[in-house]
Write a protein that binds this ligand. Structure first.
Ligand code: NAP
Length: 370
């Protein structure tokens, strides 16, 4: 087992408790101790209290780094009582960041270039390295397989538009540009694909362990061999911290898992960590499109999304990105999901309600029998 993988498996429960991270810590994977980094860093995180931030914080603190959070104090303000928290708003109120210095900053919460420019310009003489969390959505298309970091980026006709929902990808590409302008040789751009794991309230991956755990006939999308990608939040966040430790500037896709994964392997792998009695009914891409159904994680591997499940992870792996197994991700995500309130669990937010699934399966069977 590689040292960094062992790091993740051997985190101390006590550390998690002290950091107010109880809701993210699962004893099945977190015990033991993360080795300290050779040199402690002062790390500023723009954000830190949503989904990926708490995992970054926990890892960074365990490595011996000093972490400061900058946010508005709205999202999970109870987290991290022992850390320095600077209050402000990325859009126009960066007062708390002035006249301070850090070794590195991680920008988790940048979506609009005008706003990212504010922090990048303010911090360019105050930090050595700026790690911007972008997205693979920054690419223009996924028409090719094994797309690497040199693939063309998305553009928009009017770069002053700030509709994040509509222009998420092109805006991320423009944000990257702002960071590179302020930190020409000291920018680290990480472009994650779908991030999964404990704490993910988008439920895109969580839907599958939760659904399979419920048992019965499960709608399985597309062809069993269709490729899918996802990365465990603990893999990507720990690696980001290690990129800072290595002062590594560059652009990286952050997708997983290590080996190619088909949708069937993903679903069967998840089933293996439950006791559920499940059968999968494979419903093809055309029928799903007719029904207007877009299940999460899976996308039809054709046209502009032909390569979406096959984005290259080679450069990141060469720089130390390692992967937990699907079984660990699935089990921990399911355990976390079960620790949510009943109301949250019942609102599983993944574009496919139980009623809708039943309806589409009935229509599919009717078509097959017709
Ligand atoms: N999830 C995925 O599958 C996925 C895939 C690819 C890329 N990504 C990228 O990964 C990042 C995910 O971030 P996350 O939300 O999990 O990060 P996070 O750092 O855990 O949470 C977001 C933080 O930003 C703060 N924040 C939001 N608006 C702010 C503002 N105007 N001023 C100051 N602070 C503000 C929030 O606190 P307050 O609300 O208290 O201010 C919160 O602490 C995003 O950049 C996303 O594009 C995600």
């Amino acid at each position: 087992m590689s040292p960094s993988r062992r790091d993740f498996l051997h985190t101390s429960i006590a550390t998690g408790g002290a950091l107010g991270l109880g809701m993210f810590i699962r004893p099945s994977t977190y015990f033991g101790k993360i080795p300290r980094a050779q040199k402690p860093l002062r790390i500023l995180i723009l954000g830190g209290t949503g989904f990926i931030g708490p995992h970054q914080v926990r890892y960074a603190v365990s490595r011996g780094h000093t972490v400061t959070l900058f946010n508005r104090g709205r999202t999970n303000p109870h987290l991290f009582p022992d850390l320095e928290k600077l209050r402000g708003d990325r859009d126009g109120d960066l007062e708390a960041l002035k006249d301070r210095e850090w070794d590195a900053v991680i920008d988790n919460s940048g979506y609009v270039p005008r706003i990212v420019r504010q922090s990048a310009q303010l911090l360019k003489d105050a930090v050595n390295q700026y790690l911007f969390v972008s997205s693979i959505s920054a690419y223009a298309s996924f028409g090719e397989v094994d797309m690497d970091e040199t693939a063309p980026l998305a553009t928009m006709d009017d770069p002053t538009l700030e509709n994040i929902r509509r222009y998420y990808g092109p805006l991320k590409a423009l944000c990257e540009q702002q960071v590179r302008e302020a930190f020409p040789d000291r920018a680290t751009i990480v472009r994650p694909g779908l991030i999964a794991g404990p704490g993910d309230r988008t439920d895109r991956f969580t839907y599958w362990p939760a659904r399979i755990d419920r048992g019965g006939e499960v709608l399985a999308p597309g062809d069993p061999t269709d490729p899918v990608q996802l990365i465990d939040v603990r893999d990507v966040t720990g690696w980001m911290v290690r990129l800072l430790e290595q002062s590594d500037a560059g652009v990286y896709n952050a997708v997983g898992p290590e080996a190619r994964l088909s949708i069937a392997e993903m679903l069967y792998g998840i089933r293996a960590v439950t006791n559920a009695n499940v059968s999968f009914t494979w419903v093809d891409a055309d029928f799903l499109a007719e029904q207007g159904l877009r299940p999460t994680v899976w996308t039809p591997p054709r046209g502009r999304t032909a390569g979406l499940g096959l984005v290259s992870r080679d450069r990141a792996m060469a720089k130390g990105l390692t992967y937990l197994s699907l079984a660990v991700t699935a089990k921990d995500t399911l355990d976390w999901h079960k620790s949510r309130t009943e109301e949250e669990q019942s609102r599983l937010n993944a574009r496919l309600s139980s009623d809708r699934e039943t309806e589409v399966l009935a229509a599919w069977h009717a078509r097959a029998g017709a």
